[in-house]
Write a protein that binds this ligand. Sequence first.
Ligand code: ADP
Length: 528
Amino acid sequence: MLPDFRIRQRDYLLGIASALTQELDLETVLRRILRASAELSGAPAALIALRQLPDLNGETIGPFRIQAHYNLNPNFVRQFNGVLSQTYGLTESDPLPLIMNELKLRLAAVVRHGHYDIKGTVGLPLISRGNFEGLLLLFGAYRAPLSYGPEIERMLQTFANQAAIAVTNARLYEQVAHEKMRLDAMLDGSADGILLMDAEHNIERWNRALAKLTQVHDSEAIGKTHEDLIFWKSREPGQDLLEAETSGWPAQMNTTLYVEGDLLRRDGSTIAVGVTYAPIFRNTRLVNIIANVRDITKFKEAERLKSSFISGISHELKTPVALIKGYAGTLQREDANWDRATINDGLAVIEEEADRLHTLVDNLLEASRLQAGGIELRYQDVDLKHLAGRTKRLFEPQTDKHEISIDFPEDFPLVRADEDRIVQVYTNLLSNAIKYSPDGGKVRISGKIEGNEALVSVSDQGPGIAPHELEKIFDRFYRAKSDLTVKAKGAGLGLYLTRAIVEAHRGYIWATSQLGVGTTFTFKLPIQ
Ligand code: ADP
């Protein structure tokens, strides 16, 4: 028979142990350990120092840190924490008695140095599953020294062992919660759509980017299957997920599956995406599939532009070359005796076409230079009004259908800009205004000042540009889809270069247009 007090002790211990191991919040666990250990031992003060878990790089930050304390002088806690957290004299693999001895020495030094009212200390290692988790230190004071026999000490060690398990659990839980938080942040912060499903394709995770791509909210997606939500309007040749699985995918751990095509969104529109499916195995069993859904609209658009550019540009290059060759051949014919006027006409065409080729090649080179790294500007004082007049005089002889007018206020200020580049902007805008209003009409170059900025507009009375194309026409190689564009020559580079030049000046350019009425291009430059 156990004596009464032993039974009470045992019940008490059991009670605490079960309360402790059920708690998952580390702070609460530590607080309860401190309280219970004080009750069990009668120690007036106590602390718990835990070994630091490896950080993300796998490095331990320091061997110990005080994690909770009770009834201790804050200065003592700070100083003792300082010496505890230093690694000197201690390594991961040191045997426990050595570590305990080293800590005892450090503690004694701190107490001596600070004249703290601490007398008699019991140090209990917190060991769980063979891991040295930390220390429970019970302190006595001069007027209340700690003293108990081996029995109590054994009981305290039993309690410490229980406490260590509770600490391990709470720390593991904390770690898992932290990992989950990081994973959530990663999923939600990802610019790509990500979905996680089980082997039967039931959706378990559906991140924010995917909700945006598909227009399906995660609350609707969870619990549905991949096939309920992922619909291909059209697909590049190859297998989709179901077809691939039918033919044995994933045979190996790290074989991914790539599917590309136009995905149907909730509102019926489509979006070009590339989906990479990666299997997740536990042992050899497929447990999850993770899909990464990337919006490849821009890439597709670039591909489309490239191919339309190549066909467009070869046409643009071939036409003048054919004309030059044709005229040169004709003029060279030995059997023909061309009069001077015919020869001059032929030479004029050759010169004009050579000029056109020259401009085209210049623009192409410039566009690729721009892509490689911006424009260098040579700033000087530029008279925008004067340049407008010069451009008007340059273009007037080229058309008899257009009436070009200039409208600038008298006192229009000089702006700091690169004159050659601004001439390029004027030339591009004016040549477009004429080229894209083939029936003629008024072309007006006007200027005004708004605050510290000079605004210049070039407007025409051509058939105009559809609203959805107003932004795109500034893209490289982009040409609006209209009969007008088909008839007019061009490579879709003029406005791209124009915008780059204006923006290099820290300016801004935009177009407004009304179909059937006309188009206005306006650029804005800082005066200084
Ligand atoms: P390009 O003239 O060589 O095609 P740009 O970059 O100068 O290239 O112009 C891009 C497109 O913008 C043109 O193909 C044309 O469709 C449209 N555009 C430009 N200026 C006008 C205008 N004034 N009126 C109507 N459409 C225009």
